[in-house]
Design a protein around this ligand. Structure first.
Ligand code: SF4
Ligand code: SF4
Length: 204
């Protein structure tokens, strides 16, 4: 019997304690916000999704080398004389571009937002944005491609480079052959024409 009343007492006291905590929160300032309508201001050194301004990228590969998880994949193709790389051939700071960036992907499923790719970039074209909402249902959708060259254009550029290099190699080979060929004497030596020598002797 005593235990029965004790249980009733414990049930009511725990309800009372729980409800008193709940009621206290009615009069406290809310710590949550109505996301996504309301948003907190992000800290100054926030780390979010990376962006690459491909127009300023010179394909130097410094960012990919710095990435600790190898989630940056860059493929470049050398420009041949006469090529205009990108839209203008130069970066916005006037730096000449000599490499076509055929591939520039970042796998954000692997990225750990360390920011190490940002610091070595000589043209400041890779940087953190304030975008942090980009969840996807499929992992492959987290691989972002920043290159603007299509696979067909890349193939055409590769072909053009291969032809240019073959032409250069052919010219080099020809030049080497010309240099190694024995020299032809342009003027005959005095005693190389026996007829002339004979005439000279007769005259004397
Ligand atoms: S933030 Fe870090 S992990 Fe992400 S791409 Fe840059 S270097 Fe790689
Ligand atoms: S470091 Fe900058 S310029 Fe070099 S490949 Fe990366 S993004 Fe492009």
């Amino acid at each position: 019997m005593k235990k029965y009343f004790k249980n009733i007492y414990q049930a009511f006291s725990s309800i009372f304690i729980g409800m008193s905590i709940t009621f206290k929160h009615f009069f406290k300032k809310s710590v949550t916000i109505q996301y996504p309508e309301q948003r907190l201001q992000l800290p100054e050194r926030e780390r979010n999704r990376i962006f690459v301004n491909i127009d300023d990228c010179i394909g130097c590969d410094q960012c990919a080398k710095a990435c600790p998880v190898s989630c940056i994949d860059i493929e470049t193709i050398k420009a041949v004389p006469g090529d205009i790389v990108g839209k203008t051939g130069v970066t916005s700071q006037g730096k000449k571009k000599v490499l076509h960036v055929a591939k520039f992907t970042i796998d954000f499923a692997k990225c750990c937002f360390c920011g190490l790719c940002v610091y070595p970039c000589p043209t400041n074209c890779i940087y953190m944005t304030n975008v942090f909402e980009y969840s996807e249902y499929k992992r492959e959708n987290l691989i972002y491609n920043f290159a603007t060259i299509t696979p067909q254009e890349a193939e055409a550029l590769r072909q053009k480079l291969a032809e240019f290099q073959a032409e250069q190699a052919r010219k080099k080979e020809e030049a080497a052959k010309t240099t190694s060929a024995p020299k032809q004497d342009s003027e005959p030596k005095p005693d190389s024409n026996p007829d002339v020598n004979k005439q000279d002797n007769q005259t004397s």
